[in-house]
Design a binder for this molecule. Sequence first.
Ligand code: CIZ
Length: 319
Amino acid sequence: MIDRERTENLYKEDLRKKIKKLKEKKNAVIIVHNYQRDEIQEIADYLGDSLELARAAVDTTADIIVFCGVHFMAESASILNPSKMVLLPVKEAGCPLADMITVQKLRQKKQEFPDAAVVCYVNSSAEVKAESDVSCTSSNAIEVVRSIKNKRIIFVPDKNLGMYVQKEVPEKKIILWEGFCSTHIRLTEEDVITAKNNWPKAEFIAHPECDPLVLKLADHVCSTAGMFRYSKTSNTKEFIIGTESGMLYRLKRENPGKKFYMPTTHLVCANMKLTTLGWVAHSLENLVYEVKVPDDVREKARVTLERMLSITGKNKPKT
Ligand code: CIZ
C-alpha cells in the first residue's frame, strides 16, 4: 500500500473512533441514505431509502439524529420528530429535483385544477409538502395514487415517476410537473443497450426516475429498497443497476455470489457525495447543521407525510 493510502486509512480509522465516541456521549443515531459514500454507509445505524429512514426517524429513542442524505430527507425527519435535534452534516447537500417546484407555482397549478388532489414525491421542500394532500416515495407512489378518491391528481415534482405511475394506474388522470432528477436523467437508452451487450446474462433493474425510454428497456422497475429485495430473491446472478452508483456497495455486500454493474459512470449524485466522515464528526462535535421547520409549515407537512405512512402501513414497505 502506498503511503498516501495508508495515511488516509489511518485518518479514517481515527474519524470512525471519534464518531463512535461522540455518538455514545450525545445519544445520537446515524441515519444514512442508500446513495451515500461507502465510508458513510459503513457507520450507519440505519441504512435505507427515504421511506425506511422516515420510519427509523420516528422509531428512534436517540436525542439527536444525524441525517446523512440531502436536505429534504433531514427536513422530513425533523417534521416527524419536532422534539429531536436533526442534523445535516453538510448544509449545502440539496436536491435539484426538490428545487424544481415552488409553493407559489404549485398554488397556481391547484387553481387550474381545483378538483385535483396533490401527491408530492418526498423529494420536495417542507413548504411544498404543506401545500399537498399526501406524500409518496418511489417505493409507494403507485399505492398512494391508487388510494386517492379524486380522479385527477397533480403529481409533483418528478415527471418520470409520474409517467411511470400513470402507466400502472390508468384509471386516474395524472397531471405532471416538469421536474426531473438530474442524476437519473443522465442514463440513456444507448448506455443501457451497450451494457446489455456487454453483460448479456444480466437483468436490467431501473429506478422510476429514469427516462421512459430507459424504463422501456428494464426487466424490472423499482425503488432502491425494491432493488435490494429483488436482487436478493431473484435467481438471476447478474444485474445492471439503473440508479445512483452508491447502491453498488450494499448490493454487493448483501449478495456475495452475484454481480452488479453500472451502465455508465455518470450516475453519481454530487449532493449525496458531499457527506464524508470528517463532516459527520464535525456535525456531532459542533451540533451542526440543525434542520428545523417553522411550526405552521411543519404541522401541515406532518399531516401529508403521516397520511403516506398510514397508507403504506407501518412496517411493510412495498416495492
Ligand atoms: O426514496 C428514496 O430514498 C429515493 C430518493 C430513491 C429510492 O428509490 O430509494
